[in-house]
Design a protein around this ligand. Sequence first.
Ligand code: 13P
Length: 252
Amino acid sequence: MRPKLVVGNWKMHGSRQQVTQLLEGLKQGNEGLSKDVAVAVAPSHLHVGLANELLTGSQIALGAQDLHPGEEGAFTGAVSAPMLADYGVSYVIVGHSERRQFFAETDAVVAEKFLAAQEHGLRPILCIGESLMQREQGLSEQIVLSQLDAIVAAAGVQAFRDAVIAYEPIWAIGTGQTATPTEAQQVHWILRDHLAELDAAVASGVQLLYGGSVKSANSGKLFREPDIDGALVGGASLKAEEFLAICKSADF
Ligand code: 13P
């Protein structure tokens, strides 16, 4: 069985005090969790340094929410993969729908970020997912496969040996409307099956996370689906107790 992975995407939330409190709570509560469940948090870039200090010696891994594809240079406001790696970051989210929507990120830019992350030893968490309109038009499968194929074309299927994919239907993000375990499983199976046509070993090893209104009340059922290997959690990752309950529900 693939190990489970639960990642908290804190988005643009948190003060120094809130970050400290949340991480202290997570460190305490995380102790009893089995080694089969990996846990990571992705604070804002500004809080990565603080989080790195607070997480020293803990089992909780550090993630980031985005990166610039370049190594360094005149890119005002941007943060590069080497900078993140220097601060102990091991996972980085790429292609989140909020980046695609509000920052006009295309599949091509997402692919560059994915490659830059891997080049510097960071594990990309590639986000893909369809909008409500696309879903209503019956285009879900086509959209997620084309988003996935854009990265396969740029990086090759072997790149998914050390990458994570998060299926996040946009209509489920922050809406309280989760995909049912059966709906999510269906898409995850399509993704894995698609990769299996290219490389069976890569497909069976790649971790596929679900994201979109995950909370402790629905996570256990999602995690019991055969192709759901964890979750990318937004709002519910901002409360230590609730996030820990989600992590514990992956431990079975
Ligand atoms: P919510 O869990 O708040 O719906 O957000 C999901 C998400 O976008 C995680 O990346």
